[in-house]
Design a protein around this ligand. Structure first.
Ligand code: AMP
Ligand code: MN
Ligand code: MN
Ligand code: MN
Length: 290
């Protein structure tokens, strides 16, 4: 790999495919994981595991260690909180029934977003967003991409700012499941629950600590100490919290696609010293050096 490519981690446990709001097929995603030199990956699509079997097979073909995963949309004190489940049994009925409920809510919400956009003079949004989503999970990102493509706004950020973001004209108050329930489903399926991108919730240190204490109480085991959407300073700070609260640490880029403004696969700093890597209790053999 050329020296112009940023340093990368051999572990990346958070990424999306076309089965949610990623832009790559499972096959293309796993090929990119291999090209980036990542040796241990997890596929963590939003609220469904439809791509996991294909990803596991593709990873095995390319000699990459693989963890089945999911990123569950949940709610804590009125805020949307994302919980990554790693090492889950995707056949587990409790998990799958729960995910089915979320997907039904997403379908209902898509129609509701459509109605709200129609009221402000924008027609055809649900059809447009669903065409982008295929037959799979439909989310606000599909609406924002359609709004851009249809010429209603400049970019995704503007679509959230004007219509889709909290409190805007097409915002539907979220009815996600309570955070402890999401943790429970992951535990039922034999997995470890990881708090995704803790830096993204913009919580004060006290509120973040309160969230983590409840999260741990619910049976969760880890937090995403290093994320593509967090800087190196956050990584150090979250590493200290993980050690202090005896939670394991995870690493995940939250990659959505080459053209989507998130970090590249594996573009992550190593876990800070003294943080217990979440994958040590989930898989072997595992890469331990960075
Ligand atoms: P959903 O789960 O369908 O409610 O969609 C949430 C997703 O929308 C998040 O995971 C982000 O990827 C994306 N998103 C949220 N806020 C913004 C924003 N202000 N600009 C661009 N994307 C956003
Ligand atoms: Mn997403
Ligand atoms: Mn997320
Ligand atoms: Mn994600």
């Amino acid at each position: 790999m050329s020296s112009t490519i940023p340093p990368h981690s051999p572990v990346d446990l958070h990424m999306h495919s076309l089965h949610s709001d990623g832009s790559l097929s499972v096959a293309a995603l796993v090929e990119r994981v291999a090209a980036r030199g990542v040796q241990l990956m997890a596929l963590t699509d939003h609220d469904n595991t439809a791509g996991v079997k294909e990803a596991a097979a593709a990873a095995a073909q390319l000699g990459i260690d693989f963890l089945p995963g999911v990123e569950i949309s949940s709610e804590w004190n009125g805020m949307g909180i994302h919980i990554v489940g790693l090492g889950i049994d995707i056949e587990n009925p409790t998990l799958q029934r729960g995910l089915q409920r979320i997907m039904e809510f997403r379908d209902w919400r898509a129609a509701e977003i459509d109605r709200r956009l129609a009221k402000v003079g924008i027609a055809g949004a649900e059809q447009g967003a669903r065409a982008l989503a295929g037959s799979r999970m439909v989310g606000r990102t599909h609406f924002s991409r359609w709004l851009v493509q249809a010429g209603h706004c400049r970019d995704n950020a503007a679509a959230f700012e004007r219509w889709l973001g909290r409190g805007r004209a097409a915002y539907v108050p979220s009815d996600w499941i309570p955070m402890p329930e999401a943790v429970g489903w992951i535990r039922s399926a034999g997995g470890i629950a990881v708090l995704a991108h803790p830096g993204r919730y913009k919580l004060s240190p006290e509120r973040l600590r309160a969230l983590l204490l409840e999260f741990r109480e619910a049976g969760a085991g880890a937090l995403e100490v290093c994320s593509g959407s967090q800087g190196a300073a956050d990584c150090e700070h979250l590493g200290r919290l993980a050690r202090e609260l005896d939670l394991a640490g995870s690493l995940g880029s939250d990659f959505h696609g080459p053209e989507i403004g998130h970090a590249e696969i594996g573009q992550l700093p190593p876990l800070p010293l003294g943080v217990r890597p979440v994958w040590e209790s989930l898989s072997s053999p595992i890469p331990t050096t960075h």
